[in-house]
Design a protein around this ligand. Sequence first.
Ligand code: SF4
Length: 381
Amino acid sequence: MSEGHRIIPISSDAFRRREVPVVDGQEPVADDGSVSLADRRGRPLRDLRISVIDQCNFRCGYCMPKEVFHKDYVFLSRDELLSFAEITRLARVFLGLGVEKLRITGGEPLLRKGLEELIADLAALKTISGQPVEIALTTNGVLLAQKAQALRDAGLNRVTVSLDALDPNRFRQMAGLTDSSPDQVLAGIAAAQAAGLRVKVNTVIQKGVNDAEILPIAEKFRELGPTVRFIEFMDVGNSNDWHADQVVASEEVIARISQSFPLVPVGRSTPNEVSERWRYRDLPNVEVGVISSISKPFCGECSRARISSEGLLYTCLFASSGFDLRQAVRAQPDDAMLSQMIQKIWRHREDRYSELRDAMLREKQNRPLARAKVEMSYIGG
Ligand code: SF4
C-alpha cells in the first residue's frame, strides 16, 4: 500500500473529535419560534445525511480496501453507534433548523438491522413548514431487492444506487468481491421501481479503471428509465490514492455519451442541486446527470451536513474533524439546547474545500493537500 493509500481508523486521534460548543440560550429566534440559520458564507442548512453503520458488504479499493477492512477489523459496537431513538431525535432538531431532506447512508445502510423502523420514525417527522420530510437512502443495491418494499411501506421516498460497472469482472474487481454481480444491483433497482420508490443511479468514473463503462451504463439506463449521474472521481478520505489525472471531467462524459445518443441541457432543478441535468434528444423523458465536484465545485450552494454512524457532525465531506453530537445527545436532555449547539456550529461554518482544491493542486503538483480527512465509509459520501 503506498503512502497515499491509507485508511485512518474511525477511532484514530487523527480525526479530531470536537466538543460541541457551549451555548448560552441566546441564539437568534424569530417571533414565530423559527430560526434564521446561515453559515459564514450565507448558506442555509437544508440537507442532512445520516450514516447508520460503518460496515459494508463491499470492499471497494477507493473506500474500504480489504487490506485494512479484513476479517479481524473491529467495527463500531452497538453502543458506539447512534441508536434509532438518538437519530430520530437529532433529525427532529435539524428539521427545526430548516432541513428539508434526510438521506440515510453507511457504510452500507441496508446492513443495519431493522432499518425500516428508523425510516418509519423519520417519516413521521415534519419540516419547519409542516411538510412531510423527504427521505432518501444511498445503497450499493445488493440487498435492495429483498428490502425495497418494506422500506417503501415504512415511508422511504427515494433511493440512490451506486453502480460503477456493468461488466461482471470489472464490477467484482472494483467491489473487491468474488461472489457478487451487477445483476444483483439491477434486480435491486427493478424491485425499488416496482415498490414505487424514485430511483437514481450514481456512477463514479475513474480514468483507466471504469471510464469504458460510461456508454454501456448510459445505454442501460436509457432503457430502464432511472437517471444515472456520472460523478467525477474525488479525493474523499485518505484511502484512494487520488491524483487529478484520474478524473474524467463531466464535459468529456457528456461529449462521449452525445456521440452515440445526443443530449440536450436541462440545467439544475434547484440552486443547491449538485447534479447538472441533461435529457436525450430522442427520449425527452429520460435524463442523465453529471456531478462536477472537481471541474465545477459547488461549495457556494452547499447546504449539507453529515452525521457519522458514531454521531460526529461534519460540516464538509472533506472535514478532518467532527463535532461530538453523540456525547451531546446523551448528556443533553433538552432539545432546545441541542438545537442551539447545532446552530452555533453551523453559524461558524466556513467550509469550501472543493473551491480551494485547485490552488492546492497547483501547489502540490496534482496531489490533494496532505491532511487527515474523514473516510467516505464513515459518512457515506
Ligand atoms: S467541498 Fe465541502 S463545502 Fe464544498 S460542496 Fe463539498 S461538502 Fe460542501
